[in-house]
Design a protein around this ligand. Structure first.
Ligand code: NIG
Ligand code: FE
Length: 405
């Protein structure tokens, strides 16, 4: 009998998401390929077998009776690296100030930029590492992380280098995105700043990031400026991503399709035409329900409409000082309760589709032979409990590359 490093057995539900290794759409999202009393065998950090009653000698056995085993969550949109916090903005939000009101008064992103520019690399590493620890405890084993609180050449590079460092020592895998175009710094015109992002920042960050993102929004970057940035990014092999239609519909969803973005994120206000273009071009819609929640808004992205149109959708935390959350379980809960996704759709959105949104689906996002052994053992009998039993952390054990972390 072959010996493996780890055998997880008797999982009441082993949620594999086995199937085509691409973003799932429409009813495909409801098919999680669950194995009752499932087993999974791990060797050298990878999955070697998945099924029922697997017969292996194992160096370690975990009995997952009455438990649910899932792929580790993938969080495809975070602003992981920042200094300071903005809890005082809660009071302003309660008084009715909007996100843009706070930003225009020099708060919001600008407050965090000031703190982040002043912070040393080591400080940023240690603060961000604590956030990664929390992610891991809540079942997230891979994430995307954006720069964007630097807004000058030196500070943007610093943030991306912090991410590079974190990726080397922390168990959570990080994919980096360059978001120099996160806001227009004071004392410089938008067009001048766009040129600086393209001419000065991009050539220096191109090897530190995989994606290029832009905050396309009324009062921030226009569709034209965003297009210019994303097209320039492509020339440096930075794949486009976009913060689109979060507060106002500026046509960001359509732009995402036009530039061939891997994902368009937020999409609260997107028009149907833009969403249809996304569906046709295979752009993943990343929904960030933590943002409207933390901004005390009533509306959420129209997940039902997106899924019906055929947009492959994913869920993410948007972890940032305005929306301070590391839990993908909470996103699944909001996906169901506030956006009327089925539990299966929300789980698919937080695993396989999320992995696709950051180009990691060759390694993670499902529990299949050949993929990385990234999984969570949840203290609940079936996957429906993940949205159903909310406000607690259901994660019992997290396994990253075959090791209990
Ligand atoms: O995705 N919208 C732009 N950026 C972030 C928020 C950043 C901040 O407020 O610090 C977002 O919501
Ligand atoms: Fe964001």
């Amino acid at each position: 009998m072959e010996t493996v490093d780890l055998l997880v057995e008797n999982a009441n539900e082993l949620v594999t998401l086995k199937g085509p290794n691409r973003p799932r759409r429409k009813d495909e999202m409801n098919h999680l390929s669950i194995i009752k009393n499932g087993c999974i065998a791990v060797k050298d950090g990878g999955i070697v077998d998945v099924g029922k009653n697997l017969k292996y000698k194992a160096k370690k056995i975990i009995d997952a009776s009455n438990k649910t085993v899932l792929p580790g969550f993938v969080d495809p949109h975070t602003h992981l690296v920042f200094a300071g916090s903005r809890e005082f903005e809660l009071d302003m939000k309660l008084k009715g100030y909007s996100y843009m009101d706070i930003l225009k008064r020099g708060g919001g992103i600008f407050y965090t930029v000031d703190k982040t520019r002043k912070a040393a690399m080591d400080e940023l590493v240690s603060q961000s590492s604590l956030r990664l620890d929390r992610m891991l405890r809540y079942g997230t084993t891979s994430c995307e992380a954006k720069s964007g609180y630097g807004l000058d050449v030196e500070s943007e590079i610093k943030i991306l280098k912090v991410q590079e460092k974190l990726n080397k020592f922390h168990p959570v895998d990080i994919v980096s995105t360059f978001l120099g175009a996160h806001a227009i710094p004071k004392k410089i015109s938008a067009d001048k700043y766009v040129d600086m992002v393209i001419d000065e920042m991009m050539p220096q960050v191109k090897d530190l990031a995989v994606f290029c993102d832009v905050f396309c929004e009324e009062g921030v970057f226009t569709v034209e400026q965003s297009k210019k940035i994303l097209e320039a990014g492509k020339k440096h092999d930075l794949m486009p991503k976009i913060h689109a239609d979060e507060i106002v519909d500026t046509g960001g969803a359509g732009l995402a399709a036009e530039v061939g973005a891997i994902s368009a994120d937020h999409l609260l206000m997107s028009n149907t035409k833009g969403l249809k273009k996304m569906a046709n071009n295979g752009v993943i819609g990343v929904m960030l329900p933590g943002t409207p929640f933390s901004l005390m808004m009533k509306n959420y992205a129209d997940a039902r409409k997106m899924i019906d149109i055929g947009v492959p959708v994913a869920l993410a935390t948007d972890l940032n000082p305005n929306c301070y959350v590391e839990s993908m379980q909470f996103m699944i809960q909001m996906g169901c309760f506030n956006m009327h996704m089925t539990p299966a759709e929300a789980i698919c959105a937080a695993t396989l589709n999320a992995a696709c949104a950051i180009g990691m689906n060759d390694k993670v996002g499902s529990l299949e032979k050949g993929k990385q052994a990234d999984m969570t053992i949840m203290d609940c009998p079936n996957h429906l409990h993940i949205p159903y039993h909310f406000g607690v952390n259901l994660v019992e054990t997290v396994i990253k590359k075959g090791k209990i972390v």
